[in-house]
Write a protein of this length. Structure first.
Ligand code: NAD
Length: 498
């Protein structure tokens, strides 16, 4: 089988030619409008599936199904019942991981060589399974001057959640939204991004095997229109959104009608700071993959690489050679380290930024163009690109590119780099490379971001919170903090004196 061919072993009904459907109330149904849209393999430019296009009418039906499930049988599930469902789902995902990763590879271009990293999805489900049984309130010693008032708190599920995700990690993003919903007893409507719906739909199919009431998890494929209908819907209690900052701002406005709770995981322009005393043998590949992993389509990509001046030239040289050596190719080729950009539209955006970088005076030291040779001509491939001599005010240093483009900027000392690293509307990730413990702690405190990685970059764990400061978002995902975003606190007063 040549790279790019669909492996018949994994061909599910979602990769066949017939249009795929929406999952509403436990049933697969066509969209109310009957409209469909195509999805393309970005390695080859070929259409791999046709999907139902949801609109506001489908959103109404899905929200009604989620509401009925929330007040119906699902409400009677005890913590250990929800735990059982989560453990079943973890086992199912684990057993089908190769297929799910394959689907993401052909749908959005994630290199199949990275499949091992997908264990994280399973870990998130098992963490949530444990957490489901330790959602606890507290007893509170009150000082009210009335005899015998007992006071305590309960953590209650917020209700129906609209979970809207982007295309850059469809399986992981789906699981990150499904796990807390199941752990806390909420119900949901999942709206994957139009570019990458296949693995979320396959997850929906797998979930039919769980002891889960119909309507707890509903899935709507479609465009922003479907997402907007959910965020405006008066019977949705919370929106859990991952996507761009611009869409996040629209959601804040749309959610105001019934004051929905919001968690927002938004964009970034994360700094990665390399001090002269760093171990460059780990800082060079660490910083490079901090930008280029997933073809740069990572919200917390460390795209502004600040390098202390004494090692600046050496670092630029080594980073450029490392980047040139990365193997770019079809996502299904096991040798591929860097896959395609997700879509023709996103490719245009990245290529435009390459022009902008050059016209602003940045110096490309590796990559810098689309790859059109050989078998890659029909796909959306861009060579990993390093721009040296970038200035803080250049657009490539300020705007989220969401492609394989690193900007390298020299700096002179800690004060200088803290001010410059923090001079951005975003605050998602940040990296620091140093052997000096004092510098490491000082930087970890001074950087205004939701995550700081020191002598490493881009690690995730189900027990560690992930979220953004400033315009990178509200709230956290993963960890017990992430679960709290799906619960509200109820204070109970009880007269017990009679
Ligand atoms: P996007 O904002 O264009 O789309 C995200 C989702 O929102 C899609 O499902 C889309 O259909 C939907 N949508 C679009 N308009 C909507 C509206 N008005 N109301 C409701 N939903 C709407 O983002 P994208 O291009 O799919 O993804 C890339 C962006 O996501 C980048 O900015 C990236 O940084 C961000 N991202 C953030 C994180 C994080 O955890 N912080 C993770 C991954 C991606």
């Amino acid at each position: 089988m040549a790279p790019g061919d669909l492996d018949p072993k994994y061909t599910t009904k979602f990769l066949g030619p017939e249009p795929k459907q929406l999952l509403i109330g436990g049933k697969w149904v066509d969209s109310a409008s009957g409209r469909t849209f195509e999805t393309v393999n970005p390695s080859t430019g070929t259409v791999i599936a046709r999907l139902a296009e949801a609109d506001a009418r489908d959103a109404d039906l899905a929200v009604a199904a989620a509401r009925a499930a929330f007040t119906g049988p699902w409400a009677r599930f005890k913590p250990k019942d929800r735990q059982r469902v989560l453990l079943q789902l973890a086992d199912l995902v684990e057993a089908n991981l190769a297929e799910l990763y394959y689907l993401d590879s052909v749908d959005m271009g994630a290199p199949i060589s990275r499949a091992a990293g997908y264990q994280f999805s399973v870990d998130v489900l098992r963490f949530a399974a444990g957490a489901a049984m330790r959602i606890q309130g507290e007893t509170v010693n009150n000082s009210v001057a009335v005899a015998d008032l007992f006071s305590f708190t309960l953590k209650e599920p917020v209700g129906v959640v609209a979970s809207i995700i982007p295309w850059n990690g469809p399986l992981v993003s789906s699981i990150a939204k499904i796990a807390p919903v199941l752990a806390t007893g909420c119900t949901m409507v999942l709206k994957p991004a139009e570019e990458a719906c296949i693995s979320p739909l396959r997850l929906g199919e797998l979930m039919a095997q769980l002891d889960l009431p119909d309507g707890v998890v509903n899935i709507l494929t479609g465009f922003g229109e479907a997402g907007a209908a959910l965020t405006e819907h008066p019977d949705v209690d919370k929106v859990a959104f991952t996507g761009s900052t611009a869409t996040g701002q629209q959601i804040v406005r749309a959610a105001s009608g019934n004051l929905k709770r919001l968690t927002l995981e938004l964009g970034g322009k994360s700094p990665d700071v390399v001090f002269a005393d760093a171990d460059l043998a780990s800082a060079v590949p660490g910083a490079a993959m901090g930008v280029f992993r997933n073809t740069g389509q990572v919200c917390c990509a460390g795209t502004r690489v600040y390098v202390e001046r004494p090692v600046y030239d050496e670092f630029v040289e080594r980073l450029s050679r490392f980047s040139e050596a990365l193997r770019v190719g079809d996502s299904l080729d096991p040798e591929t380290e860097i896959g395609p950009i997700v879509s023709a539209r996103q490719l245009d955006q990245v290529l435009n930024y390459l022009d902008v970088g050059r016209s602003e005076g940045a110096r490309p030291t590796s990559g810098g163009a689309r790859i059109t040779e050989g078998g890659l001509a029909n796909g959306y491939f861009v060579a990993p690109t390093v721009f040296a001599d970038v200035q803080d005010d250049m657009r490539i240093a300020r705007e989220e590119i969401f492609g394989p483009v690193a900007s390298i900027l020299p700096f002179d000392d800690v004060e200088d780099v803290v001010v410059r690293a923090n001079d951005t509307q975003f605050g998602l990730g940040a990296g620091v490379w140093t052997r000096d413990l004092g510098t490491a702690h000082r930087m970890a405190r001074a950087l205004r971001s939701g995550v700081v990685w020191v002598n490493t970059y881009g690690n995730f764990d189900p027990a560690m919170p992930f979220g953004g400061a400033k315009m990178s978002g509200w709230g956290s995902e993963y960890s017990d903090h992430g679960l709290d975003e799906y619960l509200y606190l109820k204070a109970v007063w009880m007269g017990v004196g009679n």
